[in-house]
Design a protein around this ligand. Structure first.
Ligand code: ADP
Ligand code: MG
Length: 683
């Protein structure tokens, strides 16, 4: 039996601790430390080791050291402001203990003459003599001085002593929790219990001991807990019974045969996975993940087609109007003429909108494309069977959960992401969904050749561009924004626009963050229609839009971008059948790190591989701003360094699912680590 009271101690308010009042508790709360459990992860950064005695002749100035010595003379000057001084010695040299603002009586008491005393403190040097100023660690009992103390990166207003006291108090009162891991797992961590592990984690000598069994166990606890919560959400969604969607794959295959290309194996595989879900009696909650240009759109449209054939409606949400319109046009082109296809644009006339809303309600539109506007309250569907969301990597777990509830019980959900991320991160971020991954790119692609070029060689680039334009091709020219003391500066992109316009009159247009939305749509549409050849822009253009005719991208100051972002930018080209080129421009000599990034890009176009490398270089938190996207920030676990722990947890979860194991034994773990609502429903 799990005793609720045991873990409740850990989840109690900080004020339960002795020595923490409202003031300290508020200081900690500012740092998001709300419970005793949260404090456990406030780890020592280092420690002060006073355990080793040093002879006076071997002392090092500036360091905190411990010496055993004999006081032999007091100097208590009668002049105010001069310190009291005690001359001490050992068999190798002399040292003074110096006391400012101390009573003679106190000094005499702690440093009696001719007795062996152990003193510890920071060693300094004054008039050719060693000294320790205001020593706090002084005793005739050496064992009281010779210890190790943890050093914390301190929250302002809380002293090291208070910290040590609080933490020691918690460690002393640590409840004995019932083990949640099974024996096989536990063996991998030398059978160390959670309690032991926590205590070891805080031992001074163990600071930074990442490879140790206690550290690994605790990191694993954290990973497993997060996966368990995801799995529970997924299970809950899957438990929702729905009407099976009934359709004949012959129709789908007819549709696909009308395309001027064949699906890649990965496209086929993922479409099969989706179809199985659609036909089943449980709700689909699936992520289709694939690099830019891997062909996710057609997979999702084929699935949509099947849904329509089974008598349901489909809603497709894109992040921008232009992308919604692009999907809409593609559907118009490939779907049967009798399928009713709608586009809900923010620019649609009021009357037109009203008609669309009415049609949706009456099931007279089979598939609707739009931005998030299609999920407004006033929009009702008669029989919504599938929600497709394109380029959704900005949603967090909670938003996704809401979304899956939105369409009602019979509505399947397909999310698409063009952001390849390392596997460990995918597990961490999207563990609540089933995954379909497209790795393979269409074979017809000639790929993107990637070069790096010094900015001073810009004439060569211009020459190259002239040639490409002659062949009828189009060019992206990307300039980063310059951050002038937090105000974004567009001058570099404006300058480049002027420069290129001079060389290529009437062939250049400009886009940046201050361009208004209508103008932006106009420019992008004109670029699509080949009304001009060079688009100079900041990084604002979404990667999802398909510009099959653009085959060159020049990225200025490329060394300023992260690996994944460069890969995403590069993904704007190389979608047609032409040879594409990406030119990474840089100003002057590259750092080793930038060279490394460039080389990885030159040698790979596989977004998944690139993201793994990116994570190795930058750590997981920074990858494409995932911190903002609701990704769980681990306390100890690290998707870069604990790869094998993530795999272990993944396997464990799979086994549990296969055996349909009861997970109530993990309740304490989940309660402590995730404090998620979902846990309340576990028996
Ligand atoms: P993304 O995965 O980034 O959404 P898209 O679906 O926009 O990619 O596809 C990019 C381009 O590749 C489109 O022009 C599309 O027609 C084309 N395409 C998709 N699948 C294939 C394929 N199997 N063979 C050749 N071209 C394909
Ligand atoms: Mg896309």
């Amino acid at each position: 039996m799990i005793n609720n009271n045991t873990y409740n101690y850990l989840l109690s308010d900080l004020k339960k601790l002795k020595g923490i009042g409202i003031k300290t508790s508020n200081l900690l709360k500012k740092k998001k430390i709300n419970t005793i459990f949260d404090l456990l992860w406030k780890l020592p950064k280092s420690y002060t080791d006073r355990s080793i005695s040093t002879k006076i002749k071997d002392l090092k100035i500036g360091e905190t050291q411990t010496v055993t010595l004999i006081p032999y003379k007091y100097n208590f000057p009668r002049i105010r402001n001069l310190p009291n001084r005690v001359n001490c010695k050992d068999d190798t040299g002399l040292l003074d203990c110096v006391f400012f603002n101390s009573y003679e009586g106190y000094v005499k008491k702690i440093l009696p003459l001719d007795k062996e005393i152990t003193v510890s403190g920071k060693i300094n040097h004054f008039r050719n003599k060693y000294q320790i100023t205001n020593p706090k660690y002084v005793s005739q009992d050496a064992s009281l001085v010779k210890d190790k103390h943890n050093k914390y990166s301190l929250t302002e207003g809380i002293s090291e002593k208070v910290y040590n006291n609080i933490i020691n108090q918690i460690l002393k009162n640590l409840p004995k929790l019932e083990e949640w891991h099974n024996p096989n797992i536990l063996k991998k961590f030398n059978n160390i219990s959670w309690n032991e592990a926590i205590i070891k984690l805080h031992l001074p000598k163990n600071v930074g001991n990442y490879k140790s069994d206690f550290y690994q166990r605790l990191a694993y606890d954290e990973i497993l807990s997060s996966f368990l919560v995801h799995t529970e959400i997924r299970r809950k969604i899957k438990k929702i019974k729905k009407q099976k969607k009934i359709f004949d794959l012959k129709d789908q295959n007819k549709l696909l045969s009308r395309l001027d290309f064949k699906l890649t194996n990965d496209q086929k595989k993922t479409l099969d996975e989706i179809n199985i879900d659609l036909k089943s009696d449980h709700k689909m909650f699936r992520l289709l993940q694939g690099d830019v240009g891997s062909g996710k759109t057609i997979v999702s449209l084929a699935a949509a087609y099947n849904i329509i054939k089974s008598g349901y409606q489909v809603a497709v949400m894109a992040p921008t109007e232009i992308l919604a319109r692009q999907h809409f046009s593609l559907a118009k082109k490939i779907f049967d003429k009798n399928i009713n296809i709608g586009l809900l644009s923010s620019k649609s006339e009021y009357k037109e909108k009203k008609i669309i809303i009415k049609k949706l309600k009456g099931n007279n539109i089979d598939i609707i494309f739009g931005t998030h506007a299609i999920f407004q309250k006033k929009i009702e569907f008669k029989k919504l069977g599938l929600i497709i969301i394109d380029e959704q990597h900005k949603f967090g777990v909670n938003q996704r959960k809401k979304l899956s509830d939105k369409g009602g019980e019979s509505c399947d959900v397909l999310l698409m992401s063009a952001t390849p991320i390392p596997r460990t991160l995918t597990m961490t971020i999207y563990g609540d969904m089933d995954l379909s991954i497209i790795r393979e790119k269409p074979k017809s692609r000639l790929g993107v050749k990637t070069y790096s070029k010094l900015e001073s060689k810009i004439d060569d680039i211009v020459k190259f561009i002239k040639k490409e334009i002659k062949k009828g091709n189009q060019i992206f020219w990307v300039c980063p924004l310059i951050d002038v003391s937090k105000k974004l500066d567009h001058s570099s992109v404006l300058k480049k626009y002027e420069y290129l316009k001079n060389i290529f009159p009437n062939q250049v247009e400009l886009l940046h963050g201050k361009t208004d939305i209508d103008k932006k749509e106009l420019v992008l549409n004109n670029f699509l229609k080949k009304k001009f050849q060079i688009l100079v822009s900041t990084t604002i253009i979404e990667v999802g839009i398909d510009f099959p005719n653009a085959n060159v991208i020049v990225i200025e100051n490329a060394n300023k971008f992260g690996l994944s972002q460069l890969h995403q930018l590069r993904g704007r080209v190389g979608r047609g059948n032409k040879q594409s080129t990406c030119i990474l421009m840089f100003k002057s000599s590259l750092t080793d790190n930038a060279k490394k990034r460039f080389n990885i890009l030159k040698n790979s176009t596989d977004g998944f591989e690139i993201s793994e490398e990116d994570m190795k270089i930058r750590g997981y938190g920074d990858i494409l701003g995932f911190k903002q996207s609701g990704i769980k920030i681990f306390k100890l676990a690290d998707p870069v360094h604990n790869n094998e722990l993530f795999e272990l947890a993944e396997n464990e979860i799979k086994q549990m699912e296969n055996k349909n194991e009861d997970i109530s034994r993990y309740k304490t773990l989940m309660k402590l680590y995730d404090q998620a609502d979902i846990i309340n429903d576990i028996n």
